[in-house]
Design a protein around this ligand. Structure first.
Ligand code: DAH
Length: 339
């Protein structure tokens, strides 16, 4: 029995010595120490050993098991160490190599222009508010004094979701939403995306951006509107800039005007940029129509106000002298980096 045990132990140790992989060590463990392993079968044959010898033989089996287990653990540890050393050799990091450049994007000209416009109006005490891009016909048209069948609806050739819901064709509905909240006075601008069923070309896109402005208080007059927009134009295009108000029609303001600024390229003498006229149109505006005030729950005998609407792309194209609106939507980083 002793010889048999010695042989088993020696065989096991020899095999462990020769192993070069963890799987092999596992196989050896199963072959010798497992349920059907060699040592276990020795234990099973104990019934043939005379009873007085059994404790001694049992002790020898346990000793052999302990030795094999120990050696297996040692071999496992040394294999793991070797694997780690090899991995360290393989994965040398050269800390002197230059770091990878972290590519950050670039603000879009629309964003830069919007932040500029927001800075100017926030500086004059305006709040920046937002409204939904999917809007009720009621807000986009009706409550802005544009009833069903009004020709102004054609001009804005709208995307309809259903009979009563549209993709807003202007930011003007945010005027109504703000007035309906009932907090007066109001001084706000509302930037956002608008939609019209326009073909794409150098000056049109089915989706673009506007910035709406609204002031409601007691005793607001056209003089306030003029002063505000003159100041805005100077801040945006330079202190020499002059403004011109041309009478116009918008259903939700009365009187209404379109505003031109002196061409910041030629100073007003006429150049290619302003097509020789010396003036560049930048926005629409007017005194809020009494019907609009009334429909939003404001008494036109007590309060008055002005509103304006600026095309954000128009400002960005002018300010950065970009001659094709489509460039704004291509998101080519080489283009964007120029601003
Ligand atoms: N909503 C007008 C448009 O999209 C622009 C506009 C004109 C807005 C006059 C105004 C305004 O608030 O008073 O053409």
């Amino acid at each position: 029995m002793k010889d048999q045990l010695d042989k088993i132990r020696e065989d096991a140790l020899k095999q462990i010595e020769a192993s070069d992989a963890l799987e092999k060590l596992n196989e050896i463990r199963v072959a010798y120490l497992g349920k059907k392993g060699e040592l276990t079968s020795v234990l099973k044959s104990m019934k043939d050993v005379p009873p007085e010898e059994r404790p001694k033989v049992g002790q020898m089996v346990n000793d052999a098991r302990a030795i094999i287990e120990n050696r297996l653990e040692e071999a496992k540890a040394s294999l793991a160490k070797k694997a780690r050393e090899e991995q360290m050799k393989r994965e040398v990091i050269d800390v002197t190599l230059p770091a990878k450049r972290n590519n950050v994007g670039h603000s879009h000209p629309n964003t830069i222009a919007l932040e500029e416009v927001e800075r100017i109006f926030v500086g004059m005490g305006y709040e920046v508010v937002e409204g939904p891009e999917v809007e009720y016909d009621l807000y986009n048209f009706e409550k802005l004094n544009i009833p069903k069948n009004h020709p102004a609806r054609d001009e804005q050739d709208t995307f309809y979701i259903n009979d009563s819901i549209v993709l807003r064709s202007q930011t003007s509905p945010v005027q109504v939403r703000t007035m309906e909240q009932g907090k007066l006075p109001i001084r706000m601008i509302a930037p956002g995306r608008v939609f019209r069923s326009d073909e794409v070309d150098a000056t049109h896109s089915p989706s673009f951006h506007q910035i709406e402005g609204l002031v409601i208080d007691k005793n607001i007059t056209f003089a306030d509107l003029k002063g505000t927009l003159a100041e805005f134009a100077k801040e945006l295009f330079g202190p020499e800039t002059k403004v011109k108000f041309r009478p116009h029609h918008f259903p939700f303001t009365e009187p209404s005007a379109e505003v031109d600024v002196t061409c910041f390229k030629c100073g007003g003498s006429g150049c290619r940029f302003c097509k020789g006229s010396g003036w560049i149109e930048i926005l629409g505006c007017g005194m809020v129509h009494p019907n609009v005030l009334r429909m939003s729950g404001i008494d036109p005998d007590e309060y008055s106000g002005f509103a304006f609407g600026v095309g954000l792309e128009r400002i960005a194209l002018l300010k950065y002298e970009i001659d094709d609106m489509r460039l704004l939507y291509e998101n080519d980083i080489r283009f964007l980096r120029q601003f």
